[in-house]
Design a protein around this ligand. Sequence first.
Ligand code: URA
Length: 196
Amino acid sequence: KAQPARQQPHTLDECRRCELWEHATQAVPGEGAKRARVMLVGEQPGDQEDLAGHPFVGPAGALLDRAMAQAGVDRNDVYVTNAVKHFKWEPRGKRRLHKTPAQKEVLACHYWLEGELEKVAPKVVVALGSTALKSVMEDGRATLKDFMDAPVRHKDYWVVTTYHPAYVLRVPGEAEKARAFAALAEALRTAYRLAD
Ligand code: URA
């Protein structure tokens, strides 16, 4: 027998804590090892993640996979998620162009990230880019510049901050691209070491 609406379990896909669900195909939950010692947090699903229902399966995901391979990190050993679980976009011709989530959307979605952090209980959280950092640190003023240099202790885990893989993809100049990629791989290596 159907339960009254208020008693039904509140699932991520039913989330109405902000308005992003309206134009997204589906919510994209985090996935990976249930008790992973390292959790990677991105910004939000992109076009391909929105369609597939899985995090980091598009071009940024491919770059992240390469950085993990370079760092000797197995994707099956980590938990991968996003600060915001619905794809925010605007139409550009036939394409859906990524839009950075507003801080109020990041805050609304923090509820879900917190749930994942409690369940997985990682030793190290890797903040991939500024949106992830703001959510993980619960501080809308946190900047990459201030956190990139060294891991910080937050709650029960270390936070390692690095570039978002999409930044590495689009940054102009081969030298800067190589430098940013190396920094991303090094951050993953650091995270793995801290989790040991
Ligand atoms: N960018 C993100 O931040 N997360 C994804 O899942 C894909 C692209």
